[in-house]
Structure formats: structure tokens, C-alpha cells
Design a protein around this ligand. Structure first.
Ligand code: FAD
Length: 272
């Protein structure tokens, strides 16, 4: 929309784009779920790693395609859970992801390619951050990437929540029930103990879990980008139907809400 002249007039003029509609909040209100990972050695055998051997992988992929069965049709070792960073919160603000493998896992074959490392990853993301960022144009060239500023960890509240998430993950990994499965902490490692050290690790390694929303906020107020029927205010015959219309982040994965938005948007367009 920015490239087509719908957005904050100043920004459009700075980029030599003719202003079709001055909508100051397009690109504002960017929200996303920041996350931090802890990795542990794995004490038990990894069937996933074994199945990444080229020949097994190939046969399992063929089996999955032809017979819809076998390991390649199973979900990866993955679990999720919701917890509160502070007991007084009414809703969980942390989502935990348990991963029975490391992202460095890769295909391997004896004497040709070494297997990747095995391990267990505990990822946690902050579901209700205060941070609000922006998406803006770097230029009027559609091939140039936009400027994306998330402002993650800008507030004390956000820093405290994700630090607490980090500590919760450590306390879960230290439970006796995991003792036979989880070995030493590989990343960041046992030397990272104080709040300052934890914060530094989070600043260095935090990533998004790819849930950006909010830059075309829906609302009943005139400053919102789209109205409750998803029409872009100030334009005719133009709707936004995607994750960007969410005014606030949902407290979990966002793909299902995006599908609901799409279903509703399709109904509006069809006049249902
Ligand atoms: C790596 C990754 C993992 C994720 N994992 C999960 C998950 O496990 N669970 C979950 O709930 N959510 C997950 N998400 C989030 C989820 O995929 C997104 O929130 C959702 O797809 C957003 O839908 P959307 O329609 O807003 O945008 P998109 O799905 O990005 O769709 C935008 C579409 O517009 C097209 N497009 C872009 N520019 C143009 C143009 N100029 N002209 C025409 N077409 C254009 C794109 O090709 C694309 O098809 C993940 C996202 C990523 C990136």
C-alpha cells in the first residue's frame, strides 16, 4: 500500500511517491512475539537423527508420499505449553516450545557427510509484549526491502517477562523427571547466571517466532487503518485481509486467527 501511495503522507513524499490517501498509521503498531532458546545435550538416542541418514530419509519420504505412513508423516518431536511470568497475571504471557532436536540437525551419510549435533531445545516466547514497532519504506523501489523496526525488549516489562521465561525453562529442564533425558546445558551454558548475563544472552540471541501483526490495525476509531469490515479508511474498493489487521497480538500461534480473518473477509467481499 505504501508503494501505491496509501500511507503516511510525509513518508510517501520523502520517497517521491504520489499521495493517494494519507493514512498515518499504515506501518505503525508492528507487534511480534520475541523468543529465546536454551539448548541441552541429549542423553537418550535420537530416532529423528537416525532417520536423517540419506537412505532412510529417502525411503521414508517415498513411503510418506505413496502410503501416507512412516516417520516422515509424524509431527517432529515438539510440544508446547503456556505459563505466566508473574502469578498475578490473569492470562499466560509465555509460550514454551519443547524441541527434541536442534535446528542444526541435517541429513547425513557415513563417510560422506557428518550428522549434525543432537540435543534438546527449549524455546520460550513472550506472548503479550508492550513493544510497538514500525514498517516503513526504504525507497520507492519495490525490490528494496522495507525498514522493519521491532523495538523488541525496549521496555522493562518486556525484558522482565522474557528473562522470567528463560528462568522457567531452566527450572523445567532441571526437574528430576528429565534427568535421564536432558544433559548439560550447551547454550548459553551454566556460567550465564546473573540477571545481567541472562539479559545480555537474550539481547544477543533473541529472535522472532514470525508472528508479525498490527501494521494495518482494524478499529472503530477514525485513526485505525481498516474499519470493522476490513475496508481501508479513505479509499474505495480496497480491503486488507491478513495478519496486519489484528489490533493486538493473540496469546499463541497466529495462523488459525489469520485463517478466520480470511474466512470473514471472503464473506464480506461476497456480501454474505
Ligand atoms: C517460518 C515461519 C513459521 C511459522 N510457523 C507458524 C506456526 O507454526 N503456527 C502458526 O500459527 N503460525 C506460524 N507462522 C505465522 C503464519 O505463517 C503467518 O502469520 C501467516 O501466514 C500470515 O498470513 P498472511 O496472510 O497475513 O500473510 P502471508 O501468509 O505472508 O501471505 C502473504 C501473501 O502475499 C503474497 N504477496 C506478497 N507481496 C505481494 C505482491 N506485491 N503481490 C501479490 N502477492 C504478494 C505472498 O507471496 C504471500 O502469498 C509462521 C511464519 C513463518 C514465516
Amino acid at each position: 500500500m505504501l508503494l501505491s501511495g496509501v500511507g503516511p503522507a510525509n513518508q510517501l513524499r520523502e520517497n517521491n511517491i504520489e499521495v493517494v490517501a494519507n493514512r498515518k498509521n499504515i506501518g505503525a503498531n508492528l507487534q511480534d512475539h520475541p523468543s529465546v532458546m536454551i539448548e541441552y545435550e541429549r542423553k537418550t538416542r535420537s530416532v529423528f537423527q537416525e532417520n536423517l541418514r540419506f537412505d532412510r530419509l529417502f525411503l521414508n519420504m517415498v513411503r510418506a508420499q505413496l502410503f501416507k505412513s512412516g516417520p516422515a508423516t509424524h509431527p517432529l518431536g515438539f510440544g508446547t505449553g503456556f505459563v505466566k511470568s508473574r502469578p498475578e497475571l490473569s492470562l499466560p504471557d509465555i509460550q514454551l516450545f519443547f524441541r527434541l532436536f536442534l535446528v542444526q540437525s541435517r541429513e547425513w551419510f557415513p563417510l560422506i557427510r557428518e550428522p549434525g549435533p543432537t540435543g534438546i531445545g527449549l524455546l520460550a516466547c513472550h506472548l503479550r509484549p508492550e513493544a510497538r514497532g514500525t514498517v516503513s519504506l526504504a525507497s520507492s523501489n519495490p525490490n528494496d526491502a522495507p525498514r522493519i523496526i521491532n523495538n523488541f525488549l525496549a521496555s522493562d516489562m518486556d525484558r522482565q517477562a522474557i528473562r522470567q521465561a528463560f528462568k522457567i525453562k531452566r527450572s523445567i529442564a532441571a526437574q528430576p523427571a528429565f534427568a535421564e533425558h536432558i544433559g548439560a546445558e550447551m547454550m548459553p551454558g551454566k556460567d550465564v547466571r546473573s540477571d545481567d548475563q541472562i539479559d545480555a544472552f537474550i539481547r544477543e540471541t533473541a529472535i522472532t517466532v514470525f508472528h508479525p501483526i498490527g501494521t494495518c490495525r482494524m478499529g472503530a476509531d477514525e485513526d485505525s487503518v481498516v474499519d470493522p469490515q476490513l475496508n481501508v479508511r479513505g479509499c474505495e474498493n480496497l480491503r486488507v485481509v491478513d495478519a496486519s489487521i489484528m489490533p493486538d497480538l493473540v496469546g499463541g500461534n497466529i495462523n488459525a486467527p489469520v485463517i478466520m480473518i480470511a474466512e470473514k473477509g471472503a464473506d464480506y467481499i461476497l456480501g454474505k
